[in-house]
Design a protein around this ligand. Sequence first.
Ligand SMILES: Nc1ncnc2c1ncn2[C@@H]1O[C@H](COP(=O)(O)OP(=O)(O)OP(=O)(O)O)[C@@H](O)[C@H]1O
Ligand SMILES: [Mg+2]
Length: 306
Amino acid sequence: MILVVCLSSSWQRTLFFREFSPGEVNRATQGLETASGKGVNVARVATQLGAKVRLLTTAGGARGVLFRKALKADRVPATIISTAGETRLCQTLIGCSNAPSPLITEIVEESPALSPIEITAFLSAYSSALRQASMVVLIGTVPKGCGNGFYADLVRQANRLNLPVLMDAQRDLLIQAIRECPSLVKINRAELAEATGTPNLARGIKELVKWGAKRIVITQGSKPAIAFDGKDSWKITPPKINVVNSTGCGDAMMAGIAVGLMRGKTLNEALQLGVVCGTANSLTETAGVIRRSDVNRLLMHSGHKR
Ligand SMILES: Nc1ncnc2c1ncn2[C@@H]1O[C@H](COP(=O)(O)OP(=O)(O)OP(=O)(O)O)[C@@H](O)[C@H]1O
Ligand SMILES: [Mg+2]
């Protein structure tokens, strides 16, 4: 089972517009709502790919009720820690007139802080879930109250059980966790520059290796993703498509990589699946949703066997 941790769960509203003009009255042509947050997106896409998954997340308030219902409808097995704070609302506004990439505006609320009791409940659920897990995915920010060493602790616990940890985080949260040597780090180019203080790709990757990263994937949207396996580095070019909604592409990619590795694929094969899942995510209206038919078609075009 792939254990996916999501401490920054959200209720996601996506609104589509023919055109979007800031400062004007904008009437949506379509509105969609879903459970989201990076880990939720990973867990949903991995479930869609047919993998056995457990999502460990949080929910609270009226939006928390909607969130729980939506996860059930999406058939994502989940352990949900109840929080006093209301599940945050994130909104994506998509102006459709800019093919091949629409204008996408994201309005993101902060997650409510977790109390010490909620954190203890989460950590205890994590320890029990680890016993059933074969892989761990840590992705996204953590709420106030958790601290920047939070993922480092979770990596240490997983390492004690020899479980591979795949991670995607930012700044100090990422840096401290890398020092615990997770098996794979996947971040985008801007996050690499921010963490390492250099815009230079090769130097940035070297820095992550120096800190403890074993395998690294750096993504750049529609441009080639760069992989480093500890020895060699190579590029994987995403298929060319017209974007519908690119929110959550990195999360869908993480799901593809995790599922590929769980199925015993090589890093290169798992990355091919990851890249194609990232691209397939951008072809659907909802963040963190893919169509298997898109994945299969894009894999065939990339010449990769499933
Ligand atoms: N415009 C695009 N066309 C084709 N594929 C895309 C496009 N944007 C993203 N992807 C796919 O998704 C992968 C991850 O994209 P990206 O670098 O945008 O991740 P990210 O910044 O982590 O995204 P997010 O944080 O919103 O999930 C890319 O490597 C690629 O496979
Ligand atoms: Mg990302």
